[in-house]
Design a protein around this ligand. Structure first.
Ligand code: NAD
Length: 697
């Protein structure tokens, strides 16, 4: 049993103890049921307290029990034992009461908490819904509206907010076990009785008749294509319209529907994949982390400003360096504007805006960088400039300072060679907008020291990012893989599709935008310039003909109001352009390509399987440590739909690796073989019947 029982005067205390987070396994459930029985059997005991040892209340199911048959007693039976207790039960919460933890607390008759406790039902984040009465009890306690918000968002609520809503009866000061005991004794003295949430009514009289239909539509817009939020609405409708026991049964059915849906499996994969990113092969666990108290950012452009904001948000001072005063002023002004617009939306107070801006020290002088423990370079993407900057940093940076580059494609090893301390150099590749996107690829150079790497990874966590470690490679993990994806998209256009068809296929799949829209957003001139610098034999120039012509016409994308699409002033909605259609047809004709109708399925397969194929090369070369790291890169860096688990998970679980290989072979032959070469690594995996789980590490 993972818990103990103690009788203090006329109160029975159940203490759950399952370190580190009191996950609700069979031993915990047994301890609760056992405690309830003791409380009810002892005539001297007038009430019970349910409290947890260690750093938190119960935070949900035990992940080690995932996928195994539930061992008795079940969670619903445990909650029922609490609720049916003839002596009243008080849940005393510290840390977090999440998921099953909160459902257990809702089975108790009273709930008290310390001021910094949090409660929440995060099941939706794993593609599920609270399946042990949470969807039936919470709306009875707080009303349908508030319950819907809490369960559909899955976000934690601070104790104070939970108390305002009535989830927590009282916030207690001081030592929780003693304060809860005192509170319970007082209730006993007042003659308190068990109060069952199940007996509360939901007042539907005030709700519009089509309340649930409206909720379904609203949530369909907010949580595009997600399965479980809709089932949550169904469960709340059951709570509002059915007797409690029938509602519970409906909740169970809906829970099972979610569990069996592919989204739940994908989202659980993402949950574990995110945690796996911090396991780095051959990184000694005992390596100390260097102190990061002050940061410097070089370049106050699109990326530098966003990167700096991450540190300011975490309360870490930033020195921001630019070459020219006007560029510096512009960069600082953009940061301020971003903060002020967050304040206008109520996400920050003006005082917080000022606190953050006060931590920023803009400068034009390298002499001001001596204090920084971490310096992140985000200047133009040109090797010569990067090397010049790192050469200067080498002269002024403090001993042991980490020197990081935000380069998208360039070699970290070559950049490091411009310093006398390559062991301190790593890549920290943030994604745009850098203050929003959660991914940071941490690039491990050949000479990067273990403690420098570990510090960079820890730093990404400190600023709320997910760091994925990769080896030095052209474009690292994400951008390198993007090449084949963009190529197939452009080739489909040359062969017969229009940009709007290609984009809508990928949007329908769940990508936030299609490849042509993405080019318009980034600026077509970026690819154009890089092609001018590359060996023309290293890419298929035909597919870029249209993009090149667009750039030469001044259609650079959103920033010029026209690119692959037309844009109305101040509106980012892409509108198909007759001019572009004509250019595309002309390009096809020039290359002797007879345009044909291309099915949506072919577009999707060619684009996404090329991405996966490149992912296999990335794994084969050990640029990524594991396939699930690639999934995280695509979900947090490129908006790949999490409910599909990432490109590698999708290929393995939705398509099947054997089918993926067959299709890739077919498309490779169909497109001439030169620019889509099937990854030998994928061939090998399929031949051996193995999956991605066996690869990497
Ligand atoms: P940007 O043009 O918006 O900003 C670059 C800034 O660096 C400019 O303000 C410029 O004045 C400044 N600068 C140039 N040379 C400098 C020097 N020697 N010293 C100090 N400052 C100097 O470019 P960006 O989009 O922010 O990109 C910066 C870096 O980030 C590039 O390496 C790019 O590849 C990478 N990156 C960009 C994105 C993106 O989506 N924009 C995403 C990830 C990584």
């Amino acid at each position: 049993m993972h818990g103990s029982f103690e009788k203090r005067d006329n109160i029975g205390i159940i203490r759950v103890n399952n370190p580190p987070v009191n996950a609700i396994n069979a031993g915990v459930r047994e301890a609760i049921i056992d405690g309830c029985a003791k409380i009810n059997a002892d005539p001297q005991i007038k009430a019970g307290i349910l409290i947890c040892e260690g750093r938190t209340f119960m935070v949900g199911a035990d992940i080690r029990e995932f996928g195994k048959p539930m061992q008795a007693p079940s969670l619903p039976d445990t909650i029922q034992a609490l609720e049916d207790s003839s002596k009243f039960m008080v849940a005393a919460i510290h840390g977090s009461a999440f998921g099953g933890g909160l459902e257990i607390a809702l089975g108790c008759h009273y709930r008290v908490a310390v001021a910094d406790a949090k409660v929440g039902l995060p099941e939706v984040k794993l593609g599920l819904l609270p399946g042990a009465g949470g969807t039936q009890r919470l709306p009875r306690l707080v009303g349908v509206d508030a319950a819907l918000d809490i369960i559909v968002s899955g976000d934690p609520l601070p104790a104070e907010k939970a108390a305002q809503l009535g989830i927590i009866d009282k916030i207690l000061d001081g030592d929780l076990p003693e304060a809860a005991l005192e509170y319970t004794k007082r209730l006993v003295a007042e003659g308190a009785l068990p109060r069952k949430i199940r007996d509360l009514d939901i007042d539907t009289g005030q709700m519009p008749k089509d309340y649930f239909e409206q909720a379904r539509q609203r949530i369909a817009k907010q949580k595009k294509k997600l399965f479980s939020p809709q089932r949550i609405v169904d469960a709340l409708e059951a709570a509002a319209t059915l007797p409690f026991d029938k509602g519970l049964k409906r909740e169970r059915d809906l829970f099972m529907q979610c569990l069996q849906n592919s989204q739940a499996r994908a989202l659980q994969h993402v949950f574990f994949a995110e945690r796996a990113t911090s396991q780095i092969p051959d990184l000694d666990k005992n390596v100390p982390v260097r102190d990061i108290e002050s940061v410097a950012v070089i370049g106050a452009g699109t990326m530098g400003g966003g990167i700096a904001m991450n540190f300011l948000n975490a309360g870490i001072p930033v020195t921001l360096l630019e070459v020219k005063q006007d560029a510096l002023d512009r960069g600082v002004a953009v940061m301020r504007k971003n903060y002020e617009s967050s304040a206008a939306k109520g996400r920050l107070t003006m005082q917080q805006v000022e606190q953050r801006m006060d931590l920023l020290a803009p400068t034009l002088s390298y002499d001001d960088l001596g204090k920084a423990n971490l310096i992140i370079e985000a200047v133009f993407e040109t090797m010569a400039i990067k090397k010049e900057v790192f050469g200067k940093l080498d002269k002024v940076a403090a001993k042991g300072a980490i020197l990081a580059s935000n380069t998208s494609y360039l070699s970290i090893d070559e950049i490091a060679s411009s310093t006398s301390r390559p062991q301190d150099v790593v890549g920290m590749h943030f994604f745009s907008p850098a203050n929003v996107m959660r991914l940071c690829e941490v690039v491990r150079g050949k000479k990067s020291a273990q403690d420098a790497l570990k510090t960079a990874i820890e730093t990404t966590k400190r600023i709320g990012k997910v760091g994925v470690v990769c080896a030095n490679s052209d474009g690292f993990i994400g951008n390198r893989m993007l090449g084949g994806y963009g190529y197939q998209a452009a080739l489909c256009v040359l062969e017969g599709a229009m940009p709007e068809q290609v984009d809508s296929v990928l949007r329908d799949f769940g990508m936030p935008m299609g490849p042509m829209q993405m080019s318009d957003l980034a600026g077509l001139d970026i690819g154009y310039k890089s092609r001018k610098e590359r060996d023309p034999d290293s890419f298929d120039g035909r597919v870029f003909r249209t993009a090149d012509l667009l750039v030469e016409m001044g259609r650079l994308g959103q920033k010029t109001g026209a690119g692959y699409y037309d844009y109305a002033p101040g509106d980012r909605t892409p509108r198909p352009s007759p001019v572009v259609a004509e250019l595309i047809e002309m390009s096809s004709q020039d290359f002797g390509i007879v345009r044909r109708e291309i099915r949506d399925e072919e577009i999707l397969e060619r684009c996404l399987l090329s991405l996966v194929n490149a992912g296999c090369d990335v794994l084969a070369e050990k640029v990524a440590n594991r396939a699930s790291d690639i999934d995280i890169v695509y979900i947090y860096g490129y908006g790949f739909p999490a409910y599909r688990g990432g490109p590698m998970f999708w290929a393995e679980n939705e398509v099947g690796l054997k089918t993926a290989l067959e299709k890739l072979r077919k498309y490779s032959v169909q497109t001439g073989g030169k620019w889509l070469k099937v990854s030998p690594f994928l061939e090998k995996l399929v031949a051996s019947g193995e999956g991605f789980a066996s690869a990497g590490e």
